[in-house]
Design a protein around this ligand. Structure first.
Ligand SMILES: Nc1ncnc2c1ncn2[C@@H]1O[C@H](COP(=O)(O)OP(=O)(O)OP(=O)(O)O)[C@@H](O)[C@H]1O
Ligand SMILES: [Mg+2]
Length: 264
């Protein structure tokens, strides 16, 4: 049994593409025949919906409410994406858990995940648009963080806040969490303003900025709305995005010594 990299997808700002990136990486893993678990820690439940799961019987809200060691295993659900793609779903009421509840409350998810079978090739945690208690729970249970940003005026500031939040976790609940990777979504290198924002980010964070960038394409909202993995979206944009998320998956798995090209 190899390592089971657990990666939180985070940002302070809303709507920058966390869920899109979570689903895109899950799609790349699915396409490669890998086993993937998506944990939806956002009360908006967009990842749950994007995986085609409606009215889940158990959610991350139940997991955090109970928080007995290992309890998360009972909340793992199958998804219509395929036998290798599982989810711990979310629901609106998870919102009530975004506040501190006692000294160790940011360790509830880690504890609940203790017994998850180490058969997954990758575990992805989709976070809400804040660096509050739910995101702290995700980061405390993760091996790495993927900070998503867009090439806007506040991108640098937002990425900085998220990287700092990860650093705080490293110096408190989770010393083993790796240096963050920063991913630019909706980047258009033909736009001068975007090139400037990308350069700004690279000047500030150097090699933390992923060389992989996700372009802006209508295939993203279309495939998400249909609950279909981007790798199954048969269009030029679908194929382009599949290639982007393949590269991103390779980059994320590489430090964990996973086989980089493990196609079925
Ligand atoms: N690269 C892209 N090209 C086109 N549309 C995109 C792209 N990335 C994201 N979107 C769309 O933008 C919207 C917001 O993206 P998404 O839901 O992934 O962001 P988020 O960071 O998860 O949002 P929230 O903070 O609310 O959880 C969605 O409708 C999504 O389909
Ligand atoms: Mg989201």
């Amino acid at each position: 049994m190899g390592p089971m990299p657990t990666i939180s997808v985070v940002s302070m700002k809303g709507g920058v593409g966390k869920t899109t990136v979570t689903l895109g990486i899950a799609s790349a893993a699915w396409n490669r025949g890998l086993k993937v678990l998506v944990i939806d820690l956002d009360p908006q439940a967009n990842a749950t919906m994007g995986l085609g799961v409606d009215n889940p019987p158990f959610t991350t809200n139940d997991v955090l409410a109970d928080a007995r060691p290992g309890i998360a295993v009972d909340a793992i659900l199958p998804t219509p994406w395929g036998a290798n793609v599982h989810v711990i779903a979310s629901e609106r009421s998870l919102e009530h858990r975004n506040a501190r509840e006692g000294a160790y409350s940011e360790l509830r998810m880690k504890s609940a995940l203790a017994n998850v079978p180490r058969t997954y090739d990758i575990v992805l945690i989709d976070c809400p648009p804040s660096l509050g208690e739910l995101t702290r729970n995700a980061l405390s249970a993760s091996d790495a963080a993927l900070v998503v940003t867009e090439p806007g005026y506040f991108a640098l500031h937002g990425a900085q806040q998220a990287v700092e939040a990860v650093d705080v976790i490293r110096s408190s609940t989770n010393p083993a969490i790796r240096t963050s990777t920063i991913l630019m979504n909706r980047a258009r290198t033909t736009v001068a303003e975007h090139r400037m924002r990308i350069q700004e980010l690279q000047d500030a964070f150097g090699p933390l900025v992923s060389p992989v960038m996700v372009p802006e394409r209508n295939a993203i909202p279309q495939s998400e709305g249909a609950g279909i993995p981007i790798h199954a979206w048969d269009s030029p944009a679908g194929r382009e995005l599949s290639g982007v998320f393949d590269q991103l998956l390779d980059q994320l798995l590489y430090p964990f010594g996973r086989a980089v090209r493990e196609y079925p």
